[in-house]
Design a protein around this ligand. Structure first.
Ligand code: NCD
Length: 325
């Protein structure tokens, strides 16, 4: 007999069998535990290239929205640990959804075939709906519309912690599309669990962080400073987290055209407003908001360390959820 799960529980240091839908489920201890496990996975990989801790497990990836990094890094993470994957890109075209099967039914079908579901969807809240529809197996939200992208948030926190050495007492900058960018919604929730953090928010006025999110973060003690010009970036940021204006969320593409190139990260901006110890991050894909001339700067880790950390943290997270580590 399969045991029914309680959907979307707090993690509380115990990952096995749990859904990962939002950073709201995390506390500091659970985040640090994931980091420890990530470091352990890295040590195991150094010792032995083939660590089969996921052998005999099947994870299903259902991506209702295009993805390259997240899909490939989840598949890569699972396969490197000896697990199997079933993978659907665009299930609305390629699965029974085309015949009219409901989302809830699809989740029940796919959970019967697998140990874990990993879902990306273009609509807000579909991570939660999948986790609730799947009665027995855990669900990881790999991005639901403009809401959250918890595994990206976790890998970003890991990257900051590893490179800066702390998640407390930070001054950082998050720039770009703060309204629709789900990765930064998760990252901000994560950072707000730690002490004494000040985050500068740089965006076009029409793409500001929604007020309910601002209030939530401030209640937790985070200091948020909204700015509208690169001139207002303080010199002491530990990280800059640049993001893409999310074209696909705009109903009117003229509106998109007006804001897409408002803030561009260039070598001269780094020179003017940066410092030598900072890191430059981006969840990718980048579509022009970071000048490629920045890429060779050793502080630019978006195409290197940050990407690799996505693989490692996902290896650790899946192993923890499946109770294999
Ligand atoms: C992001 C996403 O899908 O939200 N990409 C990713 O998973 N790293 C960011 C984006 O699309 O801009």
């Amino acid at each position: 007999m399969l045991n029914k799960k309680t959907p979307i529980q707090k993690i509380n240091g115990q990952f096995k069998g749990k859904d990962i839908v939002s950073l709201d489920q995390f506390d500091r201890k659970s985040i640090k535990m994931l980091f420890k496990t990530t470091n352990r996975v890295l040590r195991l990989m150094k010792k032995n290239r083939h660590i089969n801790i996921l052998r005999g497990t099947v994870s299903t990836l259902l991506f209702y929205e295009p993805s390259s990094r997240t899909l490939a890094s989840f598949s890569g993470a699972i396969k490197r640990l000896g697990g199997e994957t079933i993978s659907y890109q665009d299930p609305l075209e390629t699965s029974s959804a085309i015949k009219g099967e409901t989302y809830e039914d699809s989740m029940k079908v796919f959970e019967s075939y697998s140990d874990l579901l990993i879902i990306r969807h273009f609509e807000f809240g579909m991570g939660e709906r999948a986790a609730t529809a799947a009665l027995y197996k855990p669900v990881i939200n790999a991005g639901d519309g403009t809401n959250e992208h918890p595994t990206q948030g976790l890998l970003d926190l890991y990257t900051i912690d590893k490179n800066i050495g702390s998640l407390d007492n930070l001054t950082g900058l998050i720039a770009g599309d703060l309204l629709y960018g789900r990765t930064l919604h998760s990252l901000l929730k994560g950072l707000s669990l730690f002490k004494n953090n000040t985050i500068y928010l740089l965006s076009p006025r029409s793409l500001r962080l929604p007020i309910d999110r601002i209030e939530f973060l401030r209640k937790r003690g985070m200091k948020l400073v909204e700015v509208n010009s690169v001139n207002d970036i303080p010199k002491n940021c530990a990280f800059w987290y640049w993001t893409r204006v999310q074209k696909e969320r705009f109903k009117n593409l003229n509106e998109y055209a007006k804001v897409k190139n408002k803030f561009i990260l260039t070598p001269s901006l780094v020179k003017k407003k940066g410092n030598k110890n900072m890191i430059l991050m981006h969840p990718l894909p980048r579509v022009g908001e970071i000048d490629t001339a920045v890429d060779s700067d050793p502080r630019a880790i978006y195409l290197g360390d940050q990407i690799r950390n996505g693989l490692y943290t996902r290896m650790a997270l899946v192993s923890l959820i499946l109770g294999r580590i």
